[in-house]
Design a protein around this ligand. Sequence first.
Ligand code: AMP
Length: 214
Amino acid sequence: MKLVVLGSPGVGKGTYTQELVQKYNLLHISTGDLFRENLKSETELGVQAKSFMDAGQLVPDEVTIGMVKERLSRDDANDNFVLDGFPRTIAQAEALTDITPIDMVINFKADKDVILGRLGGRIICRKCGQIFHKQNIPPKQDGICDTCGGELYERDDDKPEAIEKRLVVYEEQTSPLIGFYTEKGLLREVTVNEDFGTHKEEIMNRIFKVIDEK
Ligand code: AMP
């Protein structure tokens, strides 16, 4: 299955995607993670992306599309992957259509007040990338990952100014993808207003059902 996940910053896309990866044994291709890895190892791509990421803006299409194309050309990216954080513009979606056909696009939705509440509290494991939330999905031990014992940190672009910018960028550049994929008959929508920490099973069953109904 070739899956794309869409959703506003704060909707919980990364958290649901981690569960989908396990259940369907998918390769997780997150452009944000790829950029962060490049930043960490100070590659040229990382240097190119840094200023855009820090400001909560999108990295230019040609850079992003080139990176995804390269990733999808590797042997492990066969017919079983989930693209998380890509595409984010119509130009990227069109480029993806040329690279490989997608089976399904899931758009995660939540009410505005729920989204605002989820933003800002995210903490991530430096080692394995597991996502927690200070209030909604707290780790068992403060600052330590439940899964691998790694250190938890807050992303620079989860600071209030960058969050605001990311929401605007999403509305302006990414939300048009909903129409794009609806027209292609690929879009499925799942609304998630409940807290993941207390409603994990119910939420994930709702998402699995949408995927299995295909
Ligand atoms: P994410 O982890 O998906 O929230 O991505 C973090 C940051 O990486 C974004 O705010 C962008 O600066 C950059 N980024 C990730 N994916 C893309 C994309 N598809 N197009 C452009 N920039 C991206």
